[in-house]
Every structure is written in C-alpha cells, then in structure tokens.
Write a protein that binds this ligand. Structure first.
Ligand code: AS1
Length: 471
C-alpha cells in the first residue's frame, strides 16, 4: 500500500489531489534551505512592521506573530526547532507554524511571495557570509605578515617556470600572497554594494497593491537601499554568482599556497617542515609525512570551481523572472562558503605552524645559477648593451655547466677571457645577499623595500583594527 505524503498545501484551493510522493521528495528543499531559517525570520519580522504600518494587521496580531517568530528563532539558534519535513521549503515551514497557531497567521504572506522572500534571505545570508570570509582572510594575512617579519632576512631562490631564477627574500614571497589575498578582500568588499539591496516588496514579480514601505523594511534589515525593478529583483542571482566567483579566485590563490607547501615540504626541496599536527602518515611506508591538508585545499578548489559552473549553468538562458531551477542555487552557494572558510582556516594554521628551513633555502640559491643575471647587470652597468652582456654571461654559464662548477668558482682570469670589463668586485656581486641588497626599484626584493612593504601592511592592519569613527 503506497504511503500518502502528508503535505501541507498553501495552494490546496486550486488542487484536487496531493502531489505525488516522489514528486514531493524530488522538489522539496527544506533539508538544504533550512540554513536560511534565521534570515527568513529576520525578513518576516521586518515585513510584519511594514504590514502593521500599512494597516493590514492589527497591533495585537503583529505582537503575537512577532513573539512567535522570536520564539522560533530562539529554538533554531539552540537547535531545538523541529522543521516540518512535510513542508516544501524553509519559507513554508516557518509560515505554517504561524498559520497553525493563529487564525490570522496567514496574513504574514500578504504582499509577499516566496520569490522575493528567497531573494531576501539569500542576500541576508550573503551579507553575513561575505563579512565572515573577509574576517578569515584578514586573519590569514596577519599570519602571513607575522611569518614575513620573522623571515625578513631569510634568502631563498625565486622561481619562474619553476626554475631557479634570482635570489629573493622569503618575506618578499610571503608578502606576494598578502597582496593576492588583499585583492580578494577588496573583491568581497566591492560585492557588498550589490548584495546590500533589499528585494522585499517585489512580491512574485509585479510588486503588490498593498502600501508596503520598501525603504522602511530595507532600513530595518540594514540594507543600503532597495532594488529598482520588481522583475529583476526576483530573477536576479548575480549576487550568488559573484560571491562564488570571488570564492573561486580566493580558492585559486589558496591552491597556489597549498602547492608550494606540497613542493617545499618534499625531500627534493626541503624548504619547510610541516608541523606533525597538520600532516599525516602512511599505513604502509613508515618514513612518510604527507602534506595532506595542503593537498586537500588544492583538491577542494575543484568543488568551488564546480559550484561556479553549476550556478552559471542554472542561470543560463532562464527566461525572466523566477523559475524553480533557481532553487538549485543553494547547494553551490552554501558549499562554496563552507569549503572556502575551512580552506582558509586550515591554510592559515598550517602556515603559522610550519618551520622554514633557512639553511636549505639559502643553499638552494647557490646552485642553479641564480646569480647569473647579476653578471649581465654588472656588464650592462659598465656600458655593454644588455643584449650583449646577456650573451657573454650565457657563455660563462654554459662554460660552468660543461665544467660542473659554479660562477663563484671561476678565476678572475677566466672571467676576463669572456670580457675585459670584469674586475675583482664581480665576486662580491655574486653573493645572493648583495644581489638582494642591490635592487633599487620600489616593490623589489631589497631588504629596504621588503621592510617598507612589511611596514605598509602593519599600518594597514592596525588601521583596520581601529574601531570605526563615530559620525
Ligand atoms: N514556487 C515559487 N517560488 C519558490 C521559491 C522558493 C524556493 N524554495 C527556492 O528556493 O527557490 N514561485 C511561485 C510563487 C510562490 O510560491 O511564492 C510562483 O512564482 O508561481
């Protein structure tokens, strides 16, 4: 005997039969969108005020509904609220409590549709999520700055094409990440302008004949304004796309850091030792210490990129305005937030707890001809056109490769065979520390410039920590 689903229909007037059980299971979203419950209630509380002002509900009705909504909110917060699994979604689940409790409970949905309601809930969720992500990135950047300051004189090879290129300061390398993550913060900040607009009052798509003060509702919910077009209000999911797109860029940056953790912790590099707390072992090979956290961060990028393609595909070619397809936006949205938050936190902890192997980092600058550009620059300073200087230096490197020696090991006579411009001071120039010291351009790896960069970020972070000035 087939089990009849107990569905609570808001549209029972129009329908003779209940929905097929499997169709109901297929289409309900309560298990996913209950994450929006607290935001849904905030929206309903603001809507109540608007209904009261428009004379649609009485003061007493407003009070009873408000108290019940606060009661549900409290239960949701302490996890004791029982979502009715026979309701289709979070909006219905909360509204039905009011409908069941009060004869006037259904008045709450006057001048409102789930179409503007869900857009509102998502925008409220995103206001919160965006600020949380920004805070997590700020913490990561502070950890990066701390490590950079500890290593403001630690020298390492800088790479291009993953080939040793020129000596740089480890601090400089870490500061590069601060710049990347700071741009991520700027992107999330910038998106706030487009999130922070209230769609409530747009109703299903056409607006409502009830005299609802949309600005008042926006003010109560701390939005900076209202959406301009009711059709766009319920059709739009750009804010979800933009958020996941911003998450994807941050994940991409995290994946680059993760990749360097994986490479640098390998025996071949031995630049860092990942703390035991953030590594794992092998069930068979006793010697192994695997950088699993970094690999997982690298791997989870796929989820967030997938979420971006998911939401872009959901929205592609959808006719205006609301379509049920859009219900599918919650999974990629929530997953992107959860995944990114977890990845930032673990990366930050791993970074804070790893040990940089200063000796190995320096040693690596001494092999691989990291100092070859110094020779070309030296000759160019002596008036030889850089192209020619490059060629001379290239020949010296080729000679060293054939003899299996370093640039430091060549004699003065040998240098002069390649160019009479060489003088004794070439040898001090080959030292990685002087290569760093001699850099003059702003933003370069010189000790002075790196210190300037450290101080720049310190000032910036200090300023961000100051309490906002009262107007
Ligand atoms: N079914 C519907 N909207 C549901 C929005 C909520 C849904 N769970 C979602 O997350 O998208 N649209 C109806 C209006 C309504 O139910 O309020 C329509 O336009 O005909």
């Amino acid at each position: 005997m087939s089990k009849k689903p107990k569905q609570n229909y808001a549209w029972s007037g129009r329908f003779t039969n209940k929905m097929n059980e499997q169709a109901f299971e297929f289409s309900k979203s309560i298990d996913i969108d209950k994450k929006l419950a607290v935001f849904d209630i905030e929206g309903s509380l603001a809507h109540l005020k608007s209904l009261l002002k428009a004379g649609i509900i009485s003061k007493e009705e407003e009070k009873s509904l408000r108290n019940e909504l606060e009661n549900i909110k409290g239960k949701i917060r302490d996890n004791s609220f029982q979502f009715d699994e026979f309701e289709e979604d979070v909006h219905m689940a909360i509204e039905s409590v009011l409908r069941k409790k009060f004869s006037f409970g259904g008045k709450i949905h006057t001048g409102r549709s789930r179409n503007d309601q869900v857009a509102l809930d998502e925008r409220l969720y995103l206001k919160d999520a965006t600020q949380k992500i920004i805070t997590e990135i700020q913490k990561l950047n502070r950890n990066l700055l701390k490590r950079a300051e500890e290593h403001k004189t630690t020298i390492m090879p800088g790479y291009t094409h993953l080939q040793r290129a020129q000596p740089v300061l480890l601090a400089h390398h870490l500061l590069a990440y601060i710049n990347m993550f700071n741009r991520d913060i700027q992107r999330f900040e910038d998106a706030k302008d487009r999130i922070n607009i209230s769609p409530l009052g747009s109703a299903a798509l056409a607006g409502t004949p009830f005299n609802l003060d949309r600005h008042e509702v926006a003010k109560i919910l701390d939005f900076s304004g209202i959406t301009l077009n009711s059709i766009d209000s319920v059709s739009d999911r750009d804010y979800v796309i933009e958020f996941i797109s911003n998450c994807s860029i941050t994940m991409m940056h995290l994946s680059r850091l993760a990749e360097e953790f994986v490479l640098w912790s390998s025996h071949e590099f031995s630049f860092i030792e990942i703390s035991d707390e953030f590594a794992s072992g092998s069930s068979i090979m006793p010697q192994k210490k695997n950088p699993d956290m970094a690999e997982l961060v690298r791997g989870k990028v796929g989820r967030v990129y997938g979420n971006l393609i998911n939401i872009l595909t959901i929205m592609k070619a959808l006719p205006l305005s609301y379509n049920r397809d859009m219900q599918e936006d919650k999974t990629p949205l929530f997953d992107s937030f959860d995944t990114l938050t977890a990845c930032i936190r673990i990366s930050s902890m791993m970074l804070a707890n790893c040990v940089f192997n200063k000796e190995k980092l320096l040693e690596a600058t001494k092999r691989g001809f990291c100092n070859a550009t110094e020779i070309a620059d030296y000759l160019a300073e002596k008036g030889i056109p850089f192209r020619k200087a490059h060629e001379i230096c290239g020949k010296i490197v080729a000679y060293c490769v054939s003899k299996n020696v370093t640039l430091e090991e060549l004699s003065m006579e040998k240098y002069q065979e390649f160019s009479e411009k060489f003088e004794k001071n070439i040898f001090s120039r080959l030292n990685p520390s002087s290569s760093i010291q001699l850099k003059k351009t702003k933003g370069s790896t010189s000790f002075k410039e790196v210190l300037n960069q450290i101080n720049y970020w310190k000032r910036k972070f200090r300023k961000a920590d100051e309490p906002p000035r009262k107007p």
